[in-house]
Ligand binder design. Structure first.
Ligand SMILES: Cc1cc2nc3c(=O)[nH]c(=O)nc-3n(C[C@H](O)[C@H](O)[C@H](O)COP(=O)(O)OP(=O)(O)OC[C@H]3O[C@@H](n4cnc5c(N)ncnc54)[C@H](O)[C@@H]3O)c2cc1C
Length: 488
């Protein structure tokens, strides 16, 4: 089944209210939620759009049915390419994140990890069979999933098992005949308030005595024993100057306050080694997704920078050309790294000390060096992009008048006269442009997006650790010693 945007919204309306915002409980279709739902809605429109449906749909390897590509398990390098290109294409439509990648990335990680963990003679339940049952339900109903990986983490230098409060990482507090009881809080979980399901995975590598933290499961996003405390990053509302697309995002703190999960929704329970791999693998798939979305964000930044330069009449200045070239290089290098990660994708995973080894039931995993290089490069560039936009715009976005000032007959003409920087561009278009520019740079939502673009998928240090631990630095040292004629 391919749902429509309308069916998705009708299903959201039926959900149990467990969202908390600004001191009260809100419904799924609360006005604060609508801009984010509008972005997610595009992933449903695209599957029906003749121009986009080849990219945005796939054939389920489980049922042979046509499904939304965001619910697909990659069966080839071509699938990895299509995921990257779909992500860039849809992000290009809204100018920012398309929101549905957390589900596909966690699903692909769990597909492989549940298969490997399912071979364990001590497994608590049949992890892969449970997974396949959930996956079929997910694909058949065209559901949206978010991924809850990031734990509260408490005292940063202490491991999960060393924390003063043991609930700082989500953990199993009880195993029952019919399921498990979990406690803890996952933070910054994007689009959980507009998703149908939440896939919960471990946050980090685990020691053998940290079994209670090695847990992965799926839970309905409106489960009565799950509380979501939501934050919103909606672009500024407009009453007069209409936008081309209404955009917004949500993130939730997801609190599991002794929440029951039946065994058939559990994909890992106590296998610390698989828990660590699961954490790495979700991060890897997610960093690969960033090689689609971050180049698209850069496309948008380039458009903002070039329009600002034109309005300011400086588009031919050498410093503007130099800054535009920096933006283009970062975006396209990020894309190229992701493209290579797709092309070199295999049903293999890099294991420290072992190199690449076959992993999972044959589904494709992007090459980890290139996925991490691309993500790190584009993540670290985020604040430099803002610096470039600030440089080209000048101070105007920080002090721009409000829409109602432009509507006030006493000052409207004067404002239009004194804000006009380019007689060739209608003043209404200049005003609309600066409102859009402000959303991305000096607004509340722009600030939050910077943090997501920088830290999402793991902070740069995490990618740097992945890159340096997988690249053969020893071999490079030996190469130089040999060429220099040094003793090896
Ligand atoms: C807008 C947004 C959306 C997000 N969406 C999701 C999502 O959908 N799902 C999800 O699971 N996560 C999500 N994240 C979380 C994201 O993955 C994390 O923010 C990221 O992994 C960093 O974790 P943190 O925020 O706890 O920062 P921290 O890890 O606390 O980092 C803060 C600083 O502390 C340092 N530090 C931390 N631990 C150590 C240590 N042991 N030793 C030395 N230094 C240390 C870090 O290097 C960094 O400099 C999102 C984040 C944002 C901002």
């Amino acid at each position: 089944m391919l749902r429509t945007r309308e069916q998705y919204m009708a299903d959201l309306a039926k959900k149990n209210p467990n969202l908390y915002f600004n001191g009260k409980k809100i419904d799924r279709l609360d006005p604060m939620q609508l801009p984010a739902i509008n972005v997610m809605g595009l992933t449903f429109d695209a599957a029906h759009d003749p121009k986009l449906k080849d990219l945005c749909t796939a054939t389920s390897h489980l049922t042979g049915e046509t499904i939304n590509r965001f619910n697909h398990i990659h069966q080839s390098a071509e699938d990895l390419h299509k995921k990257q290109d779909m992500t860039r294409a849809l992000c290009n439509e809204v100018g920012q994140c398309i929101q549905r990648c957390m589900g596909i990335d966690a699903a692909n990680a769990l597909h492989a990890v549940s298969y490997e963990a399912g071979k364990s003679p001590d497994r608590k339940t049949d992890y892969h069979a449970n997974w396949l049952k959930w996956l079929e339900y997910f694909q058949k109903n065209d559901l949206v999933a978010s991924c809850a990986q990031t734990d509260q983490k408490g005292e940063r230098l202490k491991r999960p098992g060393e924390q003063t409060d043991p609930d700082m990482y989500v953990r199993v507090v009880e195993e029952r005949a019919d399921g498990i009881v979990v406690r803890g809080c996952k933070v910054h979980i994007s689009e959980a308030s507009i998703s149908d399901e939440i896939l919960v995975v471990p946050n980090r590598a685990l020691m053998p005595d940290e079994k209670e933290y090695a847990v992965a499961f799926a839970i309905p996003s409106d489960h009565p024993e799950v509380k979501q405390v939501v934050s919103f990053h909606n672009n500024n509302k407009r009453e007069i100057y209409q936008k081309g697309y209404e955009v917004g995002y949500t993130d939730s703190y997801i609190i599991f306050d002794d929440t029951f999960v039946p065994w058939d929704r559990v994909f890992l329970c106590g296998e610390t080694q698989h828990g660590g791999v699961c954490a790495l693998l979700f991060a890897l798939f997610h960093r690969h997704s960033y090689s689609g979305c971050k180049p698209a964000c850069l496309d948008y930044v380039i458009g903002l920078a070039a329009n600002a330069a034109e309005i300011n009449g400086i588009e031919k200045s050498p410093h503007v050309r130099e800054m535009l070239s920096q933006l283009i290089m970062t975006g396209e290098l990020g894309y190229a790294a992701g493209y290579t990660a797709s092309d070199l994708g295999k049903p293999e995973m890099y294991m420290p000390g072992k190199g690449f080894v076959p992993y999972g039931p044959g589904s494709y995993i992007p090459n980890s060096i290139y996925a991490n290089v691309g993500r790190c490069l584009t993540g670290e560039a985020v604040f430099h992009e803002q610096e470039i936009l600030c440089n080209i715009a000048g101070g105007l976005p920080a002090t721009f008048p409000t829409e109602r000032d432009f509507a006030n007959p006493e000052i409207k003409d004067l404002l239009e006269k004194y804000l006009n920087r380019n007689p060739k561009i209608p003043i209404d278009d200049q005003v609309k442009f600066w409102f859009q520019f402000i959303d991305f740079t000096t607004s509340h939502s722009g600030g939050s997006m910077n943090y997501g673009n920088y830290h999402g998928g793991g902070s740069p240090i995490m990618e740097q650790i992945a890159i340096t631990s997988q690249y053969d630095i020893k071999k490079r040292k030996e190469q130089v010693k040999k060429i220099a004629g040094m003793s090896l």
